[in-house]
Every structure is written in structure tokens, then in C-alpha cells.
Write a protein that binds this ligand. Structure first.
Ligand SMILES: NC(=O)c1ccc[n+]([C@@H]2O[C@H](COP(=O)([O-])OP(=O)(O)OC[C@H]3O[C@@H](n4cnc5c(N)ncnc54)[C@H](OP(=O)(O)O)[C@@H]3O)[C@@H](O)[C@H]2O)c1
Length: 314
């Protein structure tokens, strides 16, 4: 591929490591083709850590040689590569206490957990949150972020990962092989769902009235259509897709919202400060060489990763 073109407010980054996410396989399989304008051939990869090579004439915050990490804008992905141009606003200085591989594992899941728990749910000290799939990429970060805020954290995982999620700080661990979370938990203020529609509906039962159910695995709601600037038809489709869960949520007097995370250098800076304080540690399951990116994606697709999977590019 040719070298990426650098716009006035872009930074050109030499990628050292790239995180792998279920999102990469979903994009490859065309799951987002109605809402994201990708054209083939396409370089996959939604997050990176690396070194700034050059900056556009309007960039003040970064210079060549800076070690950075980022989730590029959804319309400009492509971190399974040696170089990428990213909008400076989407980039932050890499936490100094992390290796390149560790830093590359953070942006997508860190921003997702931040936007769900802090921005949307406004999670506060003393509140109770249920984080589904606590041993996954999003879960391992979200548990630690919620503990950092001072919340009581409940999580679901399988027997093999009970110790892992406890070490991350989970107060209540529900082994889904042995117990049903909807029969064990009550009075949660917030639920973060990343699992299927059945889990989403059952999650309503553990919330207190006024609580918040946030799903990152669908169904999308009309608010998301507006955020995308979609046409009326797509907004109607999303209204229909989420009709059932929104109606059930209303009956129980809880709020439902869908989140599709967005790039943000500002939030990555705040996340970086928490990581440098030692309150959150990355959980990296496996690092693959660049040549084995397909194998790395296949491993994530098994749905059994403990924390994150990373590709070492340099
Ligand atoms: N909308 C957004 O902005 C956004 C952002 C990030 C991710 N997502 C989506 O969120 C989902 C999760 O992402 P991720 O990166 O965390 O995935 P991941 O790391 O691949 O998740 C794997 C983990 O899920 C756990 N798991 C699987 N089934 C489970 C169940 N029934 N109950 C509890 N845990 C279960 C597994 O633990 P066990 O082996 O113990 O089962 C494993 O540790 C994906 O669908 C992804 O596309 C959406």
C-alpha cells in the first residue's frame, strides 16, 4: 500500500502494536455495511500504539518522536499496517508505564467502558453495576474502571475465569456455568451488556427503577441513528430493532440505550492518567506477530480470550 496521506490536522504514526477486537471480524464479514461506509480493499484494525513520524501543519499537541496510542475515527481505520495517518484530536500520549503491546490493547475497550459507565450511565461511588463478560476485552477494563470510581461491581464469567475477575476487583462474581445472574442479583443502578438478546432482556430484572441498561452488542436505538446522521429509513429500522427492549425497559421504569463507541484523544488522556496512577492495568492474553494477524483474529473469534489480543507490528 502507498504511504498514507497526511491532512493538515493529522499525525502520521509508525505503528508498533495493534489491538484486535471482535469488531475487526464483524467489519470483515460485512456486518456494518449499512451504517459504515467502508470500501474494499480495506485495512482492518481499530487501535494502535506507536511513534509519531510527522505532523500536519495545524498540529500543535504532538511532534515527531512522541510515543502515542489511539483509536482512529471509525471512517479511517486500518491499524493492521506499518503506518497510519490519524486526526490529532483522536490521539493521546501513551501511558509511560506501558509497553507498546499493552498500550495498543487499551483504546477501543478503554473508550467503550468510559463512554458507557462514565459518560452515559454517570456511574458514581456507592452505586452497583453489573458488567457482563468480565473476563473479555471490554469486561477486564470496565471492572477496573468501575472499581476506580468506587462502585460495587458484579460480573458474569465462566468457572475458569472466576479468579481473574476477582483479581481485577469484582465484588460479586456469578459463574454462569453454575448460577443464573438474574436470580442472584437485585437493585443494580447500571448494567453493561455485551452479550446476546436473551441476556439483555434478563438484565432488566436486576435493575432498580430509574436504573440504566447500556448495550454495546445491540440492538441499536433511534438515538444512535441520529448520532450517525442516518436517513429516516435507517432511523426507522433502528427504532423497530430496539422496539421490544425499549418497551420492556419503559414498563420497568429503566432506561435503555445502545452505545457505539467513538474516538477521543481527550478521553484517552484521562484514561492514561488513571493507568499511570496504577489503578487500571491492561490484561493482555496473547501477542501475535504481524504475519499472524489472521490467526490473532481467529483467536478473538473463539470468544474465549481473557482480556485482549494484540499484534506486534514492529
Ligand atoms: N458498541 C461498541 O462500541 C462496542 C465496543 C467494544 C466491544 N463491543 C462488542 O462487545 C462484545 C464484547 O467485546 P469484547 O472485546 O469484550 O469481546 P471478547 O474479549 O472477545 O469477549 C470474550 C470473553 O467473553 C466471555 N463470555 C463469552 N460468553 C459469555 C457469557 N455467556 N457470559 C459471560 N461471559 C461470557 C468469555 O469468557 P468465558 O470464556 O469465561 O465465557 C471471554 O473472556 C463484542 O460483541 C464486541 O463486538 C461493542
Amino acid at each position: 500500500m502507498p504511504n498514507p496521506e497526511l491532512a493538515e490536522d493529522d499525525v502520521l504514526i509508525e505503528i508498533h502494536a495493534a489491538g484486535v477486537n471482535p469488531l475487526d471480524s464483524k467489519i470483515r464479514d460485512g456486518e456494518f455495511k449499512r451504517i459504515l461506509p467502508y470500501r474494499l480493499p480495506l485495512i482492518l484494525g481499530n487501535e494502535l500504539a506507536g511513534v509519531v513520524i510527522r505532523v500536519g501543519p495545524r498540529v500543535r499537541r504532538f511532534k515527531a518522536g512522541d510515543e502515542v496510542y489511539a483509536r482512529p475515527d471509525k471512517n479511517r481505520i486500518g491499524t493492521f499496517a506499518e503506518r497510519i495517518a490519524v486526526r490529532a484530536d483522536d490521539v493521546a500520549i501513551k501511558p509511560t508505564n506501558l509497553t507498546m503491546e499493552e498500550a495498543a490493547s487499551i483504546p477501543l475497550v478503554g473508550l467503550t467502558a468510559w463512554q458507557a459507565l462514565i459518560e452515559k450511565a454517570n456511574l458514581k461511588k456507592g452505586q452497583k453495576v453489573l458488567i457482563h463478560a468480565g473476563s473479555g476485552g471490554v469486561g477486564t477494563f470496565a471492572i477496573q474502571l468501575a472499581k476506580h470510581v468506587g462502585a460495587t461491581v458484579a460480573t458474569t464469567t465462566s468457572t475458569a475465569n472466576v479468579d481473574l475477575v476477582r483479581r481485577l476487583g469484582a465484588d460479586i462474581v456469578i459463574d454462569y456455568k453454575k448460577a443464573a445472574f438474574e436470580e442472584t442479583l437485585r437493585d443494580c443502578d447500571v448494567v453493561l451488556n455485551s452479550l446476546d438478546a436473551e441476556t439483555l432482556e434478563k438484565s432488566l430484572r436486576v435493575l432498580k427503577p430509574g436504573g440504566t441498561l447500556i448495550s454495546i452488542s445491540g440492538p441499536p436505538d433511534p438515538e444512535f441513528a441520529r448520532q450517525l446522521g442516518s436517513n429516516r429509513i435507517l432511523e426507522l429500522v433502528m427504532r423497530l430493532l430496539s422496539f421490544r427492549i425499549r418497551r420492556q425497559a419503559k414498563r420497568r421504569r429503566v432506561n435503555y440505550s445502545f452505545l457505539f463507541m467513538t474516538a477521543s484523544g481527550d478521553q484517552l488522556r484521562q484514561i492514561g492518567a488513571i493507568i499511570e496512577s496504577g489503578a487500571i492495568r491492561p490484561v493482555v492474553d496473547r501477542v501475535f506477530p504481524f504475519e499472524s494477524t489472521k490467526e490473532a483474529m481467529a483467536y478473538v473469534e473463539t470468544g474465549r480470550a481473557k482480556g485482549k489480543v494484540v499484534v506486534r507490528v514492529r
